[in-house]
Design a protein around this ligand. Structure first.
Ligand code: HSE
Length: 440
């Protein structure tokens, strides 16, 4: 594998000299990006005024069989990101390290950076964007949220004049696929997960997806671009979909709702936001309700733009490459115009409200003893905590039991949780099966 040390001296990209790109990582997205830059080279040159070439690919395992010439690959990523041969580094390794160290090194060596790494930006966005901005470099990350859906750039630019009142996203294809399968086939979580794993949609260790970690990173990024400050991840309330059963999905359907894993951002008071990730009921008529299978979508309400929704493929080689190459085109244009695309506010420590302060409607599913007075006792317990009941479905079960599903009016989360505690202690309650927030 040739070394990078004997390179031609650096010059600026020009009509005679392409923008020289290095990829870090050559998995699904890396190979998609390579293919797109090659297949669409004329399109890219026409739109940027500069040719673009992927001149080196940094990999971990040089023994893997690849269809491209071995001279294109290097395992020395530390040398690659500072090489004079490179103008732009595209980080597609994922995860926190070594990605963060390599991106920092690349920026210090005056390389523009494009990344698809949500964890990197959610944790280190403020520091790295400041570093890029201070050096007049680009650091773009469109592919980190929503895969092929263009949402980061519109939030940074076209929508920046809006006061965003609320944003809700279906940001994880794996969990959306699992919930769609559960709803369509009456499957329970474990079976739908096993099927998603078999089809390659879910990983062998599905934690990042099903426990909402992936959605949390993406939601944190959306919040930071929209409100100009990085959100501390420990201040994001996070629940995954493991607790959602088919019984919940069916009960929600009966009441006119679907259940989706949502990343939600809203301003709770001037300059303070609440960021949360959890499964929630949304009305079947809401735009997000029809986003199924592996599709992603981001819905928002802006004070001037009104309701808006972006939807599309949130993962996969081609859609993600589309976002990466879009960022590369931005970099090439900025190189040509001598501008920088990182001049966005991205400070630190966004003030946030805790989940206990949420005011929401709630769904609750109980198994009860089907005897006279049961409903009255439950309604009284809720009433004591100022929780109003808005809708109810009741079904008689075998063995003298019943299942009751409630929807509440808007109330404080703290009051609702305390009310459930009281309801759970009533003698007529067999089990509190589940409760979820209701959005839309
Ligand atoms: N695991 C992610 C998903 C991939 O399921 O959406 C894209 O970030």
């Amino acid at each position: 594998m040739p070394s990078l040390s004997n390179q031609e001296p650096s010059s600026s990209p020009s009509a005679d000299r392409p923008v020289r790109v290095a990829l870090l990582g050559f998995g699904t997205v890396g190979s998609g990006t390579y293919r797109m830059v090659k297949d669409n080279q004329e399109e890219i040159a026409r739109k940027t005024g500069l040719a673009m070439e992927i001149v080196k690919i940094g990999i971990k395992d040089e023994t893997k069989k690849r269809s491209l010439p071995s001279s294109l690959f290097t395992t020395d990523l530390d040398e690659l990101v500072v090489s004079d041969e490179i103008d732009v580094v595209v980080e597609l390794i994922g995860g926190e390290e070594p990605a963060a160290g390599l991106v920092e090194k690349a920026l210090l060596a005056k390389k523009h950076v494009v990344t698809a790494n949500k964890e990197l930006i959610a944790k280190h966005g403020s520091r790295l964007i400041t570093l890029a901005k201070d050096s007049g470099l680009d650091l773009h990350f469109e592919a980190a949220v929503g895969g092929g859906i263009p949402v980061v750039q519109p939030l940074k630019h076209q929508l920046a004049g809006n006061d965003v009142i609320k944003m809700m996203g279906i940001l994880n294809g794996t969990t959306n696929y699992i919930l769609t399968q559960m709803a369509t086939h009456g499957a329970d979580f474990a079976d739908a997960l096993a099927e998603a794993q078999q089809k390659g949609y879910a990983e062998a260790d599905p934690t990042n997806d099903v426990d909402g970690i992936d959605t949390m990173y993406k939601t944190a990024i959306l919040a930071a671009i929209t409100f100009g400050k990085q959100v501390p991840l420990e201040q994001i309330h996070r629940e995954g979909i493991r607790k959602v059963s088919y019984a919940d999905i069916h009960a929600a359907q009966m009441l006119g709702y679907v259940i989706k894993l949502l990343g939600i951002v809203e301003e709770t008071k001037e300059g303070v936001i609440m960021v949360r990730v959890h499964p929630a009921l949304i009305p079947q008529t809401h735009q997000l309700a029809s986003v199924n299978d592996v599709y992603n979508a981001i819905w928002l309400k802006g004070d001037f733009v009104g309701d808006l929704m972006f939807s599309g493929r949130g993962a996969g080689a081609d859609p993600t490459a589309s976002a990466v190459v879009g960022d590369l085109i931005d970099v090439a244009r900025n190189i040509k115009m001598q501008g920088s695309g990182s001049a966005i506010p991205y400070g630190q420590d966004m003030p946030t409200s805790p989940i206990e302060e949420l005011e929401s409607r709630y769904y609750l599913r109980l198994t009860v003893e089907d005897t006279a007075g049961t409903l009255g006792q439950i309604a009284t317990a809720f009433g004591r905590r100022e929780v109003g009941l808005a809708a109810m479905e009741m079904r008689t079960k075998v063995g003298g039991l019943g299942e009751i599903v409630f929807l509440t009016h808007v109330c404080r989360e703290l009051d609702f949780v305390q009310a459930i505690g009281e309801v759970g202690r009533l003698g007529c309650i067999v089990s509190v099966n589940n409760w979820l927030r209701v959005e839309g």
